[in-house]
Ligand binder design. Structure first.
Ligand code: SIN
Length: 349
């Protein structure tokens, strides 16, 4: 390509990107014929997330971007902004609704304020294994949850796994429910998670992910819950003394876009994105567990004391969490709780 052609190509790419961004934020008019997109147009899609690049979500976003580039032969570019560089934790959804970003992948807990039913994924010990999570995501519960997103002008594309959350504290080992009494824990902004710690006699404080390290370091809170990958890559374990591998809660993501933005994308662009998302979802399902195991091994090399919960301890925590289910049935979604209780029962030995 000559210098002149390159400049023209970059100019067209910029114009198409700006047109789509503007369109997603402020109008319903179609800027170009979007059935097919012209051979000289380049589409730039921004993907913002809040975690480190080496976590399941960080790696999935990168993989997705590579797949889109390959499938579109370089005509579609997904620019990934990790660590909240483009939109911080707590701002992502608004940024998507305003058309300032095109794709985000918040955890289900971050959807709680706008779409409370998504808190079903925050219920402690609700899912015996990843298969139960996938069944829930892909079954009637998941389908209904995806439909709720339309109310916010959003479109849920797929769900990605991170994995199972573990507890950490700087005050004392977390073995029995009584060990939680009087401690303060950082949580995501989900009422179910607040209730979870309340049920253990602890206090929960909603703090954005990007401020959690500082909150732990300065003892604003005593502890937190997260997956090994999030703990390790944000160095939470360096400012905590005790960790219990409890696998008590699930952390997963919904890949979201702005519905208007999506509907104005050319059909062939939508197809490439859909295929790349499906392949990435399969990859993350296959690999998230392995990545978390790797990061748990890294954590165990540090000074933090790691306890693996016994079956008896799990039963005691589970019994203590019973009021969380009552809260969910009463305040959030009485209908869904039955199906979740079924999953729960399946895990009883
Ligand atoms: C994330 O994995 O996106 C962050 C989860 C959290 O806020 O704990």
């Amino acid at each position: 390509m000559s210098g002149g052609q390159k400049r023209r190509f970059r100019f067209v790419a910029l114009v198409v990107s700006l047109a789509l961004l503007a369109l997603s934020g402020c109008g319903s008019q179609r800027a170009v014929d979007h059935e097919q997109w012209g051979s000289e147009e380049k589409i730039v899609i921004t993907f913002s997330h809040v975690v480190a690049e080496n976590t399941p979500k960080g790696l999935a976003a990168r993989r997705f971007a590579n797949l889109v580039r390959e499938k579109s032969k370089g005509r579609m570019l997904v620019e990934v902004f990790p660590n909240g560089q483009l939109a911080g934790d707590g701002e992502e959804i608004q940024a998507l609704q305003d058309g300032r970003v095109h794709l985000i992948a918040p955890s289900t807990g971050k959807l709680a304020a706008l779409f409370p039913a998504w808190q079903v994924f925050d219920l402690p010990y609700a899912f015996p294994d990843q298969e139960a999570v996938v069944t829930t995501m892909e079954g009637p519960i998941g389908q209904k949850l995806f439909r709720t997103l339309q109310r916010g002008g959003l479109r849920g594309l797929v769900m990605w796994d991170n994995g199972w959350k573990q507890m950490t504290s700087s005050r004392r080992p977390l073995i029995t429910p009584e060990d939680f009494v009087g401690q303060r824990f950082r949580v995501q902004p989900s009422r179910v998670l607040v209730e979870q710690f309340k049920a253990l006699g602890a206090t929960a404080v909603a703090i954005p992910f990007d401020q959690t390290f500082r909150a732990l370091e300065t003892r604003q809170v005593d502890g937190q819950e997260n997956t090994p990958s999030n703990i390790y890559w944000k160095k939470f374990h360096e400012v905590q003394w005790y960790m219990t591998v409890s696998n008590h809660g699930y952390l997963g993501y919904v890949v979201l876009t702005n519905n208007l933005y999506w509907e104005n994308l050319p059909k062939d662009v939508q197809l490439i994105l859909t295929e790349a998302l499906a392949e990435t979802t399969a990859w993350v399902r296959e690999n998230a567990g392995r990545l978390n195991e790797r990061d748990l091994d890294h954590i165990r090399m540090g000074r933090i004391e790691v306890h693996f919960q016994t079956e008896q301890e799990r039963k005691a925590w589970k019994a203590a969490f019973s009021p969380v289910y009552d809260y969910f049935a009463r305040e959030v979604d009485a209908e869904r709780i039955q199906a979740i209780r079924e999953l729960e029962r399946k895990q009883e030995p």
